[in-house]
Design a protein around this ligand. Structure first.
Ligand SMILES: [Zn+2]
Length: 203
């Protein structure tokens, strides 16, 4: 951070009109900053999100689920090590939180958040293709930069509380989106069982 940043808070440039604006006040979308909702909306219209093509809805759903379940696991770890509840998350990987000291928690947070972002962002094109626009937009609006900027020197309960506050809404959206994708699977299999002829009985 430069001298002016220290004095006035961190500044960023609006992606669309390049106006300098305070990072705290900027509107965020897909990891970019905007000076206003208006600029964000105009930019979104000109830059539609990537949408998966060339596949069928069933394959998009499967791929989306696969990526989001991984994202859920990674985010589950971030929440656990920062003392949060993982709610309905079905985490494959479990961690002995008591054994992890503040610095371990710090490095686990940083590395798993990065993995989370990779999986969650990759799932977006499938979510858009499936029409889960609200979910995709919510997931891409989260900005975890402040967590990456946290210092290891400040690792401890207060920092963990800030992490928890920032990642919990994203975790809830992940769970909600997984439920929506599961719901789609059920709707498809019900439709199929109604259409298909019953299997012949074995003698
Ligand atoms: Zn602007």
């Amino acid at each position: 951070m430069g001298f002016l940043d220290v004095l006035f808070g961190k500044r960023v440039f609006c992606e669309r009109c390049h106006t300098k604006t305070k990072a705290k006040e900027a509107v965020k979308k897909r990891g970019r900053f905007f000076c206003s909702d208006d600029c964000r909306n105009q930019w979104s219209e000109a830059n539609p999100p990537p949408k998966a093509t060339g596949g069928d809805p069933a394959s998009y759903r499967e791929k989306g689920l696969e990526l989001l379940k991984l994202a859920q696991d990674y985010m589950g770890i971030v929440l656990k090590v920062s003392g949060g509840k993982t709610m309905s998350g079905t985490n494959i990987i479990s961690i002995n939180v008591a054994a992890a000291d503040a610095r371990d928690a710090y490095s686990l947070t940083q590395s798993n958040l990065m993995k989370y972002e990779r999986e969650a962002l990759e799932s977006l094109s499938y979510l858009y293709a499936l029409g889960l626009t609200e979910n995709a937009e919510a997931l891409e609006s989260f900005d975890f930069q402040p967590i990456y900027e946290m210092s290891v020197m400040g690792a401890g309960p207060l920092q963990q509380k800030r992490v928890r506050k920032m990642v919990t809404p994203a975790f809830e959206w992940i769970n909600k989106t997984i439920d929506a994708l599961d719901g789609m699977a059920k709707a498809t299999s019900t439709a199929r069982s109604v259409c298909e002829k019953p299997a012949p009985e074995m003698e």
